[in-house]
Design a protein around this ligand. Structure first.
Ligand SMILES: Nc1ncnc2c1ncn2[C@@H]1O[C@H](COP(=O)(O)OP(=O)(O)OP(=O)(O)O)[C@@H](O)[C@H]1O
Length: 630
């Protein structure tokens, strides 16, 4: 393949990069990129990947490792690289979540762990609750009595994630009690009477760190395979994740580029490290670059965002936007209602009118809430249905996965593309992507023309058989057959061999079970293949999700419900994480942000800050007349 000269390379799929982005892109040492919402941080990583791959600066025997926090974010980044680079280059871009990466290391090299710290071959992932953590700490205290008071252990255990992230398994520098706690905490996850360990992602992280640090062969081979590493949403890096990164890549030739926005730091409760950028810049001798444009939101929304941004950081610089205001009237307002029916009726009516007036579709809107989306679902669905619209809770659990994560899985995407083509959709892009994926699954190389032609023939034959089968009927027994045939065609063994995250452990089984459950639910509620596909993809549903799940996404209009003391029960005035959460929600909108306050849901005393900031930004408040209730 012919490489492009680095000074001739041009960005792909976008017009231009701002000057600071160009500097950060061409820098061949560790770099941090800090920028506000919509500045194009994820896009920057995709462009940098294209630059390094297309110019040969990342040579054919090496790969780029990109680490994200959420499955859909990892997928989104991989897709952007696929769109911008030929397949033989984008195949060398490995995009994974932190959790998938560390789990994969433990699954592959668990025998390198000391026996007492080694999870069973087949283990389950556990998600310890706050209460379970507290009870573990109190049993430890019971065992070690007054000793827990020494070395500040009692106090340090109040932030478990920070404590665990700062102690390394088998480190000779550990204090006696630190080592005791680490052993106690691990043994509670590893030793079960039935022989099956229940291990949390935090424990997998510490085990992976131990493997890499103590096994020179593994350590060297990771650094050699991935001389270039990207980390997206770096502000959310936990203590343990940072420690893992530095253990693996610090003091090496590896170029690490991290991007993020400290104003969007909303994972401190899950152990995010407050000073991650500063520490990274010091530890990796990284140079900082700031981006100063917003490519997402309209000028009016950017102005409002800046008022909130300043409350988080007084020194934040004003950003410019390259977008226009596409709507007439206000870009943001607060609507106040007395009760939940009035609120839902008003919002449903407004969405239906706006959607029709501006020829938008349901997925241009999103309903964002702080917590418990199910508390908002019923009323809003009821009133939306009166306008022929529907809502989908994207945070809902399907088996052991959430719907949003399930939809971002490679398995699900292959499945739904096959379903779409089986239904007779003529979609050249879907076909090209699918045939590229199937070539990858069957491990064919571009040079082996015979094998390529065979794969293409098999795919065409399968689609034609699928079309015949789907034409027959849409009865449950037939749809079951369609499900089984598609899964058999994908071939789980090939999937395992192709995607390293599925290679070991039970992630594929978990997702397959969730996919089957979701598919069956769709079959049960629909009476045609077209209806099923729309239901599967959520085409006609307005998404409802938590703010945490909305990170990295964007919508024309966001409607933010439940801005009251009950939903924000943990908020204390001036709490920067609360303000950042509010900021993340506001910054998802491209053109319009609506804030809905409902008196019946709670007071607005504790969170008066939010309303004061909106008022300072000139956002008007309207009271919905009681007559709106239907
Ligand atoms: N240089 C650019 N020119 C034009 N559009 C761009 C550019 N960079 C990004 N975009 C577009 O701007 C939007 C935001 O980009 P992106 O998601 O990469 O931003 P981000 O900084 O990662 O956002 P956030 O932190 O808010 O999630 C996307 O629609 C993207 O396609």
């Amino acid at each position: 393949m012919k490489f492009i000269q680095s000074d001739h390379w041009q960005p792909k799929g976008i017009d231009e990069l701002e000057p600071n982005a160009w500097q950060a892109l061409s820098r061949r040492e560790s770099t941090s990129v800090i920028a506000g919402p919509g500045a194009g941080k994820t896009e920057f990583l995709a462009q940098k990947a294209a630059y390094l791959l297309e110019t040969g600066l990342c040579p054919p025997n090496q790969k780029i490792l990109a680490i994200s926090f959420k499955t859909d974010a990892a997928k989104n980044l991989a897709d952007r690289v696929k769109e911008r680079c030929p397949e033989e280059l984008s195949n060398r871009f490995v995009s994974m979540t932190f959790d998938a990466f560390t789990k994969n290391l433990v699954d592959r090299f668990r025998m390198a762990l000391p026996e007492r710290h080694r999870p069973s071959k087949r283990y389950e992932i556990s998600f310890p609750t706050f209460r379970q953590e507290k009870s573990l700490i109190s049993s430890f205290r019971n065992n070690f009595g007054n000793a827990v008071g020494i070395y500040n252990i009692r106090q340090r255990l109040q932030n478990m994630n920070q404590f665990i992230g700062s102690v390394r398994i088998g480190d000779s520098g550990l204090l006696w009690l630190e080592e005791e706690f680490l052993d106690f905490w691990l043994s509670q996850q590893i030793n079960y009477a039935d022989g099956i360990s229940r291990v949390s992602f935090l424990a997998l992280n510490r085990l992976a760190e131990c493997i890499v640090r103590t096994n020179d062969h593994v350590h060297r081979s990771i650094r050699a395979s991935y001389p270039i590493v990207f980390v997206d949403e770096f502000q959310d890096t936990t203590f343990a994740q940072y420690d893992f990164l530095s253990s693996v890549f610090k003091s090496s030739e590896v170029e690490v580029t991290v991007v993020g926005d400290y104003k969007q730091r909303i994972m401190a409760w899950a152990g995010a490290k407050g000073d991650a950028f500063h520490q990274f810049e010091a530890d990796f001798s990284a140079q900082r670059h700031s981006l100063l444009l917003n490519h997402r939101s309209s000028p009016e929304l950017v102005r409002i965002q800046h008022v909130i941004a300043r409350a988080i950081d007084h020194e934040v610089r004003e950003v410019q936007t390259s977008n226009n205001n596409l709507i007439s009237g206000d870009a943001a307002w607060i609507c106040c209602s007395y009760n939940v029916n009035q609120e839902a009726a008003h919002l449903a009516h407004w969405i239906a009118n706006d959607m029709q007036g501006r020829s938008l579709n349901p997925r241009n809107y999103s309903i964002l809430v702080r917590q418990k989306p199910e508390d908002y679902e019923q009323q809003l669905s009821h009133y939306l249905a009166q306008h022929g619209l529907s809502l989908r809770n994207e945070s809902v659990k399907i088996g052991q996965a959430t719907l949003q994560d399930l939809l971002a899985e490679e398995l699900t995407i292959l499945f739904s593309t096959l379903l779409k083509l089986g239904l007779g959709h003529r979609n050249a892009q879907a076909w090209n992507q699918l045939s590229a994926d199937v070539r990858l699954l069957r491990n064919t190389t571009k040079e082996d023309e015979k094998a390529l032609r065979q794969v293409e023939r098999q795919l065409a034959l399968f689609i034609s058989e699928l079309k015949d089968l789907m034409r027959q009927s849409f009865r449950p027994d037939n749809s079951r057959l369609v499900f089984e045939r598609i899964i058999a065609f994908i071939d789980l063994n090939d999937l395992r061999k192709t995607f390293s995250r599925y290679a070991t452990g039970d992630l594929l089984e978990i997702n397959l079970a969730a996919l089957e459950e979701f598919f069956t639910n769709c079959v049960d509620t629909q009476n045609s293949w077209t209806g099923l596909l729309d239901e599967f993809e959520g085409t006609n549903h307005i998404p409802l999700m938590t703010i945490h799940k909305s990170k990295g996404l964007e919508f024309d209009t966001t409607i933010f419900m439940g801005i009251d003391d009950n939903a924000w029960w943990s908020y204390r005035p001036g709490d920067s994480e609360g303000l950042s959460t509010f900021f993340v929600a506001l910054s998802r909108a491209k053109q319009r942000a609506i804030f809905s306050y409902c008196q019946q849901r709670g007071q607005r005393t504790k969170i008066a800050d939010f309303y004061a900031l909106l008022s300072a930004a000139g956002v008007q408040e309207y009271v919905i007349p009681p007559s709106v209730v239907v």
